[in-house]
Design a protein. Structure first.
Length: 310
């Protein structure tokens, strides 16, 4: 089976089926998307993050290198997104929505399966991807919330919203319990497992529900801002990651894993944020949809260019 066929069959097609189910359910029953969004924000997402951090061993040296890479990489991505936002003359909510569609990428339900496929379930590269996912889960629940509310709320109000997000507590708690070797009782570990396993399916269904509630038009999907965000995410993302990897002197599996992780499409978090805080939800949904479709070609090219040998 070719790399292209494998990626489509094992990653893109399952995502597409789940999104399509959400669209069908929305058309048939008019689901409450805000309820779905709250389930993702306050239950499923923090449970998944906690579960992965609690069960995965990550060395301090690897963690420091990956986190330094992410700080530099995200700063460069922010600069690129901000430059184009200013060129387009966007203000307020649209400015935040476009930045979020570039900065927040699908590091969980797309990148983790992709990492396993490309690197043959290598535990070292998986630990790298979990660190990326941890950071990408924290950002939407801190900076992301600030960005979509800053133009319509006070700093105090935004901070109150941020500290109510469970994921910012799930991250240090998962790390701490793993490092201390604390064994959770079955009464806690079983429910956490159920919630963590529910995240991917519910998040994809939520995206489908949002897409199903939109008024579809080719004009909206072909809007320059949607294509611009997808280009910054799928093309500029891995190019900037490669530049940072080179500047830091990283090589081997770590370098390859970081570049592959940077090449995935826009995260569902941008849609969940847009829906939860009523900030350009249609644009956010279209950016996720288009970048996911285009990633079939772009991710395959990145993997081919890296010439990964396991």
């Amino acid at each position: 089976m070719s790399v292209l066929t494998t990626i489509v069959w094992n990653n893109v097609l399952p995502l597409s089926v789940m999104i399509a189910l959400g669209i069908v359910l929305q058309r048939a029953f008019s689901l409450d998307i805000r309820t779905l969004s709250k389930l993702n924000f306050y239950l499923f997402s923090p449970a998944m993050i906690f579960q992965l951090l609690y069960t995965t061993s990550i060395s301090a040296g690897v963690a420091l290198q990956v986190l330094l890479f992410l700080v530099i990489f995200m700063a460069l991505q922010y600069g690129a997104a901000e430059a184009f936002v200013r060129l387009r003359g966007h203000r307020g909510g649209m400015r935040a929505a476009m930045r979020n569609s570039v900065l927040f990428y699908n590091s969980a339900n797309y990148a983790i399966p992709l990492n396993g496929l490309v690197f043959a379930n290598n535990p070292f590269t998986l630990s790298i991807q979990i660190l990326v996912m941890m950071t990408q889960s924290l950002l939407p629940n801190t900076y992301g919330i600030y960005s979509v509310n800053a133009h319509k709320s006070t700093l105090r109000g935004v901070m109150r919203t941020i500290i109510q997000q469970p994921v910012i507590y799930a991250i240090p708690l998962g790390f701490a319990l793993h490092q201390w070797g604390v064994e959770l009782p079955k009464a806690l570990s079983a429910p956490l497992g159920y919630l963590a396993n529910a995240f991917i399916g519910t998040a994809l269904i939520t995206l489908g529900v949002q897409l199903g509630s939109m008024k579809w038009s080719m004009q909206a999907l072909l809007h320059p801002d949607v294509w611009l965000a997808s280009g910054l995410r799928l093309v500029a993302g891995p190019l900037l990651a490669a530049a940072v990897v080179w500047a830091m002197g990283l090589d081997g599996l770590m370098a390859q894993a970081l570049i592959v992780s940077s090449a995935v499409p826009t995260s569902l978090s941008s849609v969940l944020l847009a829906v939860e805080f009523d900030n350009e939800p249609e644009y956010a949904s279209q950016a996720v949809l288009l970048s996911t479709v285009l990633s079939i070609a772009t991710v395959t090219f990145v993997i081919f260019a890296l010439n990964i040998q396991i």
